[in-house]
Design a protein around this ligand. Sequence first.
Ligand SMILES: [Zn+2]
Length: 63
Amino acid sequence: MNQSLPLENDPLAKKITLVSSETIACYGFDPIFGHPKIYLNIPLDTEVKCPYCSRIYLRTDLV
Ligand SMILES: [Zn+2]
């Protein structure tokens, strides 16, 4: 079986951004594929996925 997965389902494409604050602003970080600036509320030790760009933020006290 040589099955290719869509990029969004590829675990290697999963990017996690570590943050230390409860509220972060995401705007896509790309001039072409960016999105309107939104704010995400991230509980401690929790992963939150941006609904626009699917970037994953993990809040931790370690950064
Ligand atoms: Zn985003």
